[in-house]
Design a protein around this ligand. Structure first.
Ligand code: PRX
Length: 697
């Protein structure tokens, strides 16, 4: 498909012209086995039954002490769930399954090299390995409840082992996506105040054994500059007993976990009982301005929510083989590879590498070999697999009952391929819309209750009550075909508790916009602002249009414009930088960077290279811009604000609109020619997020 077609068929342009897709119904076979088939589940989870309805999810867990207050709003809008309850997440995901399921695979690990054997970790083995590592953390690293630990690891079983060991001790983990640079990791270490970093020597990606440990050295330097000393770096090995990194081990700071574990063989550590509202983990995500924010997730509320939604929306049964192809370094992996599935005693598959290695049949081969029956991935991956191997799935003998899409809007034609080719017309699809902040799903169809509609996430999941507001806070009616800001009327147990160390930013970013009374302790006065645009059709299904703020969703990864721009500004020659989203056939959106230079410097490829390099080192390779344009000046308002909207229109060949009121209107045509070439190029109908990009603030 050409870029033009992509832009035209993109989700986000809809508003008034949105064509309704046909309903597709789940099979009788699926319904017959589904965990949740009662349409009246929505009544049980109605606002009248709120917040007590969520007892149903909390009761899926094993508590040391039952709670006395389901929802405490006294510190609004920092909500506390299941107050008075005491619980341990590791006990719920591991220990409690031993009596009945100790011999069952908890994790099926697929290394990227196809000649390396799969690893099946039973619940008993997971129990042993988590205990030994927890003992090491407790005794050697002196970790106790409430301490933060940064984990910078790839997709290996030692990653969930490390997370569960932290949870066993009541320590707060902060997992940084393995693809992030050492610098990005260091900033997160500093912000979270971690004095221990857990990392790995190397891992496979696209056929190459990548160096990873060297990032720890940069991370520690950066953390130190920001005033945070790390006293221990614990390094897991990709191959037991070997060290595959070239980075030297620093004496009295870096330790090979394999060596240390010899002293902890057979050790057991009692799970620490923590209050339900104790933080379980931090997950950093990008926002409109400033540095990434550490979303602080709770213990009891979070686990209850991901367990309940894994059971009802993911339809996970203990006998299922469930494969979510996300990375555990993102929220999807936390909630729907590790915590939700393991709390349900499921078998969760983990794959180390890229889906197209060594060829585009790999995912389907894995599905066939492991007899996966629930599959979960993102539109970017679906688009990529469709483009590279549209007929591949049919060559393999696997059968999915259920498939998930997450992270970005999915184009109806891509959805159709997912349904027909990947799902072989047999599997239900849930399009789950949610965010790092929300811990678990916000909108999705209930797979056995409602029909699917390509490109629509569906209604709010039980207990989540979304509403669309216009800029003035008026409700936008379902079926009005008008887009607006999608918000959630009520709190839910999976919602993050605050931004680590920055409550003010938490309140102003997520709750200030539509707050009805800032002094109120009533949750009804505090709708949650998601930062996404949406339309709701007559049937109540929501269609998500993309971000309304300055966040670019690249292949389902959130990048803040400010982060990208400040990285470019570290290049000595660069005076100003402005980044905009470019519609991309595979990745949905991709950054396009515009820079202007300080006086006395010449434009040239060298500068473009420097900007790309700076972004890769400061953020990571996934943030690499498609183009770097060195422009003579930025289009600016008379007050000096860079008009990112104009640049976004140029990058995406959209209508630039009226620019006569700018301080330097002539520059617009100059930049347009530079990007689009000489002559007039027909403009395309752009999508909502592209049209309004950069208008906020
Ligand atoms: O814009 C929405 C988009 O991804 C954003 C959240 O990104 P992140 O915090 O990285 O979490 C991704 C995984 C949950 C949202 O604000 N998004 C997420 N899911 C969907 C989506 N857009 C459309 N459809 C979805 N299903």
């Amino acid at each position: 498909m050409s870029e033009e077609e992509i832009i035209q068929s993109s989700e986000a342009q809809i508003a008034v012209h949105w064509k309704e897709e046909e309903y597709i119904y789940p099979s009788a076979q699926f319904i017959a086995q589904a965990n949740m088939t009662e349409p009246h589940v929505y009544e049980r989870f109605s606002l009248e039954c709120f917040p007590e309805c969520f007892k149903e999810y909390a009761d899926m867990l094993t508590w040391y002490q039952y709670w006395h207050t389901t929802l405490d709003t006294s510190d609004a809008p920092c909500w506390k769930w299941f107050v008075g309850g005491r619980i341990n997440v590791c006990f719920n995901c591991v220990d409690r399954h031993l009596p009945r399921n100790k011999n069952k695979a908890a994790i099926l690990y697929v290394p990227e090299p196809e000649d390396e054997p799969h690893v099946a970790l039973t619940y008993q083995e997971l129990y042993v390995r988590v205990n030994e590592f927890a003992a090491l953390l407790k005794e050697f690293a002196e970790i106790k409840a409430g301490d933060r630990i940064t984990i910078h690891m790839p997709m290996v079983p030692e990653l969930p082992i490390t997370m569960l060991a932290c949870a066993r001790l009541g320590a707060i983990h902060s997992v940084v996506f393995g693809g992030f640079s050492g610098k990005a990791c260091g900033e997160r270490i500093a912000d979270s105040g971690s004095r221990v970093l857990v990392t790995m020597d190397g891992y496979y990606r696209n056929g190459k054994l990548l160096e990873h440990k060297e990032k720890a050295d940069t991370a520690l330097e950066v953390a130190q500059e920001k005033g945070q000393a790390v006293d221990k770096v614990l390094v897991w090995s990709r191959y037991r007993g070997k060290y595959v990194s070239k980075a030297p081990m620093v004496k009295d700071r870096d330790y090979l976990v394999g060596d240390l574990l010899k002293d902890y063989v057979g050790k057991r550590v009692d799970p620490v009982s923590v209050p339900a509202e104790a933080p379980l983990f931090l997950m950093y995500t990008s926002g409109t301005t400033g540095s990434p924010k550490g979303c602080q997730h709770s213990t009891g509320g979070y686990l209850a929510y991901v367990t309940g939604t894994s059971k009802y929306v993911q339809d996970i049964h203990p006998e299922d083989v469930y494969w979510c192809m996300a990375d555990i370094g993102w929220i999807t992996g936390h909630s729907y590879i590790v915590y939700g599935p393991l709390a349900l005693a499921a078998t969760s598959v983990m794959y180390e590498g890229v889906p197209t290695y060594p060829d585009v049949g790999r995912p389907w081969r894995i599905a066939e070999q492991l007899d996966v029956n629930i599959f979960h991935t993102a539109p970017t991956t679906i688009r990529m697999l469709r483009k590279a191997g549209p007929d591949e799935p049919q060559k393999y003998n696997y059968h999915f009952k259920h498939m998930t899409t997450v992270g970005e809007p999915i184009e109806p034609e891509v959805w159709q391929w997912y349904y027909q080719a990947v799902g072989k017309g047999e599997a239900v699809i849930v399009d789950t819309w949610w965010q790092t902040e929300t811990g678990g799903f916000l909108c999705s169809t209930m797979p056995a209750i409602e029909p699917m509609k390509a490109g629509s996430a569906g209604p709010g999941v039980p207990g989540v009550h979304p509403v669309i507001y216009d800029e003035d806070g008026n409700e936008v009616e379902a079926g009005s075909a008008k887009a607006g800001n999608i918000c959630i009327r009520n709190p839910w147990p999976g919602a993050f508790q605050t931004i680590w160390g920055d409550r003010e930013r938490y309140v102003s970013t997520y709750y200030a916009k539509y707050c009805k009374n800032k002094g109120s302790k009533d949750w009804r006065d505090w709708p949650y602002f998601t930062g996404d645009g949406a339309v709701q059709s007559q049937d109540g299904y929501f269609r998500i249009l993309g971000r309304v703020d300055d966040v670019i969703n690249v292949a389902g990864h959130r990048l803040g414009t400010k982060e990208l721009e400040s990285a470019s500004l570290t290049v000595q020659e660069v005076a100003e930088a402005a980044v905009v989203p470019l519609a991309d056939e595979l990745k949905g959106r991709i950054p396009d960077m515009y820079v202007s230079l300080k006086p006395g410097y010449e434009a040239g490829q060298e500068i473009e290279g420097k900007v790309v390099k700076a972004i890769e080192t400061i953020i990571g390779k996934m943030a690499r811009p498609k183009h770097v344009y060195v422009v003579p000046d930025m289009p600016k308002t008379r007050s000096g604000k860079i008009m990112r909207r104009v640049l976004a229109a140029i990058s995406n060949t959209m209508d630039i609109g009226d620019v006569t009121t700018l301080a330097n209107p002539e520059i617009v045509e100059e930049i347009r020619k530079m990007v689009q070439g000489e002559g007039v190029v027909a403009t395309k109908e752009g999508s909502e997020d592209l049209k309004h990009f950069g208008e906020e603030g």
